[in-house]
Design a protein around this ligand. Structure first.
Ligand code: N2P
Length: 353
């Protein structure tokens, strides 16, 4: 009888701590996790993940504003000040995040500028914006070697030469406007609303040279050779190369922006305790490495590196060297008035009119 009871207790101890049927609702960017990570979490814990994706920061903002109950979301760093100020995020209980010790300290320091003391956000994946270039197609259309410059996009005469082989832009107003200001030798952070509007006019001027403005559609099109140049997030560009396309990820000489995407627990999360378990799972170095290997975005987890294939831990786009780091700046957060002008300008660009 005693032996039997001991066996039963042992068996119970090995079962997931949560009864089947519990679930959490998660919102993440498209193509931003390894599917087996979700499957393994569900298998190991019995917690079902009701997984949703979005492809623009604006979509996530709409979800957060709608009051829909969400347990875990992946929010860009430049959305954090507004989310925190409006009370949309829970301050984190670090005691429930044992794997927090693996996080990249430099990244935490950068994040503290938008989330004081790192109270609300856990860096998940990050990276640069650049140009994904299918060189054989682009050089043929351009008529020779390509300059290492954002002029390929922002100079209307240059982008017109590439229009026939297909250009696309991310639907990412903060990133693209910041890169354009930087290309012009100016800073978006200190720009007046009038200046933002004028700079937006330049974007509208090159719009006819672009096929579309979309942050998801370009992934397939790069993979199928249907575009020769795309404003891209690093992992999406490296993904096309992994799929055998002659696509390279170029960070032009003028430099570019960095984004940091973060795991957060919204204030209205119905299952906070399960949310912590999910976040802590994603923060284990092996799991973080699995995610980087699949998505090709650099990890917020410093200890993930040792679990990566050397082809990835030696990839400069994932682990930039000092020279590249100097040319990358963290995407700035704009005051509300400037952000409004940026959005209005962007509508015109996105729709192409
Ligand atoms: C991957 C999404 C990248 C997120 N498709 C950039 N913030």
């Amino acid at each position: 009888m005693i032996r039997c009871l001991a066996f039963l207790l042992l068996t119970l101890a090995q079962l997931p701590a949560f009864a089947a049927g519990e679930s959490i609702r998660v919102y993440n960017w498209n193509d931003y996790i390894a599917p087996e990570v979700l499957e393994n979490f569900q298998k190991q814990t019995g917690i079902k993940v009701d997984y949703h994706t979005f492809s623009t920061a604006e979509e996530l903002e709409a979800v957060m504003a709608s009051g829909e109950p969400v347990d875990v979301a992946v929010a860009p760093h430049n959305s954090l000040p507004q989310l925190i100020a409006s009370g949309k995020l829970q301050p984190l209980d670090f005691n429930q995040l044992a794997n927090r010790k693996h996080l990249d300290k430099d990244l935490l320091k950068k994040l503290a500028a938008v989330d004081p003391d790192n109270r609300h956000a856990i860096p998940y994946l990050w990276g640069a914006v650049g140009l994904a270039i299918n060189a054989p197609k682009a050089e043929a259309a351009y008529g020779g070697a390509l300059p290492h410059s954002w002029s390929l996009l922002f100079d209307p005469a240059q982008s017109a030469r590439l229009a026939s082989c297909g250009i696309s832009s991310l639907d990412a107003p903060a990133e693209v406007l910041s890169v354009l200001f930087n290309y012009q030798g100016r800073s978006l952070a200190s720009a007046s609303p009038a200046r933002i509007k004028r700079t937006g006019d330049l974007l509208v001027q090159v719009r006819p040279n672009l096929r579309y403005v979309d942050s998801e559609r370009y992934i397939d099109d790069l993979n199928n050779g249907k575009l020769c140049m795309a404003v891209a997030w690093v992992g999406d560009a490296l993904g096309a190369a992994r799929n055998g396309q002659p696509v390279t990820f170029m960070i032009p000489d003028e430099g570019s922006v960095l984004f940091i995407d973060n795991l957060v627990i919204p204030n209205n999360a119905p299952h906070t305790e399960l949310a912590y378990r999910f976040i802590n799972y994603l923060m284990s170095p092996e799991v973080a490495a699995q995610i980087t290997s699949e998505t090709l975005y650099p990890s917020g987890n410093a200890d993930a590196k040792q679990f990566l294939d050397p082809s990835l831990s030696n990839e400069p786009a994932l682990y930039p060297d000092a020279e590249l780091k100097r040319r990358l700046h963290v995407l700035e957060t704009l005051p509300a008035k400037q952000a409004e002008v940026r959005e209005a300008t962007w509508q015109r660009f996105r729709e192409g009119r």
